[in-house]
Design a protein around this ligand. Structure first.
Ligand SMILES: [Zn+2]
Ligand SMILES: [Zn+2]
Length: 209
């Protein structure tokens, strides 16, 4: 019995990895996961009539093992293990100095992630101007596109998610500040971005309604 259950857990984890790689995001909902692999898991485990319950139960277990986290009761999970998604930089390239410092790794990962789903989502929601008031440091690249970086307000390594509610757009200067300034400045900038994020999303919600 226990053995069968172990297979379930491995199979669910495998599907989580596939889903993340396909969506280019570490954050997903139970509904997305079920839509993505419910049929496949049903075929792999023909004796089970309630795959949805089983998946939910295995997701719980994976949370306990810290392979997944469940944040803010939004019904979304974030995949925590090392996994290279399209557009992410691998540790080899980042170098030894970054390995022991998750905030640096996250900064580098965000800065080079151009073709990821959550990057597009953030740019759609917040545009291409640095969210810091009156900043104006956004510049145009050689291909005449505005250059902007997408930043996680609560870092992934501290339980943040790839969802638009946790994202912001910053110029290169303010992005570095958000990661590497003294704690007081980082804290103030984080609070400012969280408020700005809410304000913009609320406005958008109203505009759409
Ligand atoms: Zn960042
Ligand atoms: Zn800026």
């Amino acid at each position: 019995m226990a053995k069968k259950d172990d297979y379930w857990k491995d199979d669910v984890l495998f599907c989580v990895r596939e889903l993340c790689a396909e969506h280019g995001s570490r954050t997903f909902t139970m509904a997305q996961l079920f839509a993505f692999c419910g049929n496949k898991l049903r075929k792999m485990h023909p004796g089970n009539n309630t795959p949805r319950d089983k998946i939910r139960q295995k997701l719980q277990l994976l949370r306990k093992e810290k392979k997944l986290s469940f944040v803010n009761n939004r019904g979304t999970y974030t995949y925590r293990e090392q996994l290279l998604l399209p557009g992410e930089v691998d540790d080899e390239k980042i170098g030894e100095v970054f390995k022991s410092r998750p905030e640096r790794r996250e900064y580098v990962m965000e800065t080079f992630a151009r073709d990821r789903g959550w990057v597009r989502e953030a740019k759609n929601a917040f545009g291409h101007q640095c969210m810091v008031s009156n900043c104006g440091l956004t510049f145009r690249t050689a291909s005449n596109k505005p250059y902007i970086e997408v930043h996680h307000i609560i870092p992934l390594f501290e339980g943040g998610e790839d969802g638009v509610w946790n994202l912001s757009v910053l110029c290169a200067h303010h992005h570095r500040m958000a990661h590497f300034a003294i704690p007081k400045v980082r804290g103030e900038l984080g609070k400012f971005l969280a408020a700005e994020n809410k304000k913009i999303l609320r406005k958008k919600g109203r505009a759409n309604a």
